[in-house]
Write a protein that binds this ligand. Sequence first.
Ligand code: ADP
Ligand code: MG
Length: 398
Amino acid sequence: MKIHEYQGKQLFRNASVPVLDSHVARTPDEAAAAFKALGGAIAVVKAQVHAGGRGKGTIIGQEEQRGVQLVKSAEEAASVAKNMLHNRLVTIQTGPEGALVNQVIVEAGCDIERELYLGIVLDRATAMPVLMVSSEGGVEIEKVAEESPEKIFRENFHPAVGLHSFQVRKLCKKLGITGPAARAADHFMKSLCRFYVDLDCSMAEINPLVITKSGEMIALDAKITFDDNALFRHPEIKELRDLNEEEPAEVRAGNAGLSYVKLDGTIGCLVNGAGLAMSTMDIIKYHGGKPANFLDVGGGATTQQVVEAFNIILSDPNVKAVLVNIFGGIARCTTIATAVIEASKEIGITIPLVVRLEGTEVEEGKKMLAESGLAMITADDLTDAAKKVVQAAAAVAG
Ligand code: ADP
Ligand code: MG
């Protein structure tokens, strides 16, 4: 689960990770009041969407308006907020449709001496979190990793022990940080590593992490992702979820207990088991098609869940054909067959449907489908199914 920058920064304040003063504004008047409350000569208005790249992003219909902007008066804060609020911000991470800005923050300005990058993720190779820092702050870290990987420095830390001071000193040496900033780094990095572990984050990224002219170290940005499987331990974090930022079909699937990820192809996939879902996507691609989604109905899928899964797949206008690929291990093929019949009665499936069933009660399941009189293409194995569905989708698409 992702959260907004303003929420991340509030959590940082609670954990004594240094951030600047800021206020959330949902109207231009609130932005003007926030500017006055900060009391400085300059402030920065920042659109709050989950996507990164806001500083270089543009507001649809006002191409000169970025998602992060310096302002010098309360009036300017209000007018910039007005440009952003209830409009869509397009960044390299949003796609051309952009993300709707429902709130902004007005944050104190700061005298930046250096911009660094800092990120913490789980390093599966060492089975420990890894702290990564780079002198290349403010730019995309993926680009740095590709073009100049020697500029990224890493330290693993044990979750039960945290980051050691000697590790911070090593990183400071590599980054050329000395004096008061090095002392600030010790507090900053150790607090953030503790934060990462205590709150069960899967990623904490601060880009840029700045060193000010007076040697302070401050998180200017905050991108935090939490491990969904640990959210039950943090009800207060669960509350921070913003459904407006999520794909509606994925939210709907989550509510029905289905794992669904929307993709941009034309072949809808209804599969049981995550591994089978992955290989179904692979084999569709292998035969020249493009999956429209990943969908795992789970091992013990009920008829209702499968009907809902059909609803979700068919609500995607890009879907030109559907492949049902079921291996009845725990789930019975008869349950799936019942669900397919019910779904087509309920919603009326008008596009080609390719069905491949295997496993428990397969003969009965196939018989039910055959006797239902529904128009569908049956397949005997996965290759046969993939070929048929790719062909059918291509025929519909013309
Ligand atoms: P994003 O990563 O989505 O583009 P950031 O929060 O990193 O958004 O902001 C983009 C840039 O704006 C930063 O790299 C920094 O140079 C500048 N910036 C952000 N917040 C402030 C601030 N409070 N004071 C001064 N500059 C800022
Ligand atoms: Mg950033």
